[in-house]
Design a protein around this ligand. Structure first.
Ligand code: CP
Length: 340
């Protein structure tokens, strides 16, 4: 039901094999072609000028109703989607899970049907279970679904914001060495970013404690000659992995997803895998330092590095508003008015 590559390229409604109308849900970036990335970034550039230079308001989504439904905590994703939708003049309903009928035993499926019957045009879902937005997309035929992070699986709009941020600093990602360091195994951001980085021709390296590397995933990837991921390197030694890289992306330890005792000690973790200024000095001289947030300063990243001139962490946040505005426009077929 969600868009396949060539359909997503046009971001339009398209006929399925049975003649039904397929909806352009956004579940991950695995359906994005190079053109899709470029189109999204062009629209995001226009959106960025709307909210940086004013007037901070466009009528393009007037009459649309958008609901955010977050089963897990969020600051950045939630606020940026809400501001993106409001700047485009959509009506936004933030449905609090704790104050919803979920607490009275209503199923996720019934909540989705209720939103659709309430004429919600688009629902933005964050869920602790991988696959929940896919389930919603499978059954909704009028309400569009955006995955705002599902379990440890995917976070497509964060990956788009990260790629857009890199595109502001580099002409191309082709051949760029991008180090992703930390709790890769539990990171939906890392998974979506790896898909996007490989699609855009970068050379990702992943690094972290051996028990936080998703070995099974990469084993399969390396076994398949046709896999777009086969260029990914794995190096569990941060002091080696960081040498000469163009970008360092640090990840939060997702302790809420860890089995008890997964890490013997935070101090040991920080000693071996924290991005510090002495380690960053081994990277390329103009290295960009990224973190999707929220950060645990002193664990995966030092304070000095997090607020250094190499850091583009706050740019990632503000770029995510532009990207989410672009996605809302593309999914609702409103982007044509922009002539991109
Ligand atoms: N990057 C990210 O998803 O942050 P939040 O959890 O604050 O939304």
């Amino acid at each position: 039901m969600y868009f396949k590559q060539k359909e997503l390229h046009h971001f339009n409604k398209a006929s399925g094999s049975n003649g039904e109308i397929l909806k352009p849900h956004l579940l991950d970036v695995d359906t994005f072609s190079q053109e899709d990335f470029n189109l999204t970034f062009s629209i995001a550039n226009k959106m960025k000028s709307i909210y940086t230079n004013g007037p901070k308001k466009s009528p393009l989504l007037r009459g649309k109703t958008i609901t955010t439904l977050f089963y897990e905590p969020s600051t950045r994703t939630r606020i940026s989607f809400e501001s993106a939708a409001k700047m485009l003049s959509a009506d936004v309903i933030n449905l609090s899970v704790d104050g919803s009928s979920t607490k009275k035993g209503e199923s996720f499926f019934d909540t989705m049907l209720t939103l659709q019957s309430s004429n919600i045009d688009l629902v933005i879902i964050r869920h602790n279970h991988s696959g929940a937005p896919y389930l919603a997309a499978k059954y909704l035929n009028k309400t569009l679904v955006i995955n705002a992070g599902d379990g440890l699986h995917a976070h497509p709009t964060q990956a788009l914001a990260d790629m857009f941020t890199l595109a502001q600093h580099m002409k191309t990602l082709k051949g760029k060495k991008i180090l992703i360091v930390g709790d890769v195994a539990h990171s939906r951001v890392a998974r979506s970013n790896l898909i996007a980085l490989c699609a855009l021709g970068a050379k990702p390296i992943i690094c972290g404690p051996p028990n936080l590397i998703p070995w099974d995933l990469f084993q399969n990837i390396h076994n398949s000659s046709s896999s777009p991921f086969k260029g990914i390197q794995i190096n569990t030694n941060l002091d080696q992995a960081i040498v000469d890289v163009d970008v360092v992306m640090a990840l939060r330890l997702q302790s809420e997803r860890h089995a008890k005792g997964a890490l013997p000690s935070l101090r040991e973790y920080a000693n071996l895998w924290q991005v510090t200024s002495s380690r960053l000095a081994k990277a390329s001289p103009n290295v960009l330092l990224m973190h999707p947030g929220p950060m645990n300063i002193g664990v995966e990243i030092s304070q000095e590095v997090a607020y250094s001139t190499n850091s583009v962490i706050q740019e990632q946040v503000s770029n995510s508003i532009a990207i989410r505005m672009a996605i809302l426009l593309l999914m609702t077929d409103q982007s044509e008015a922009l002539n991109v």
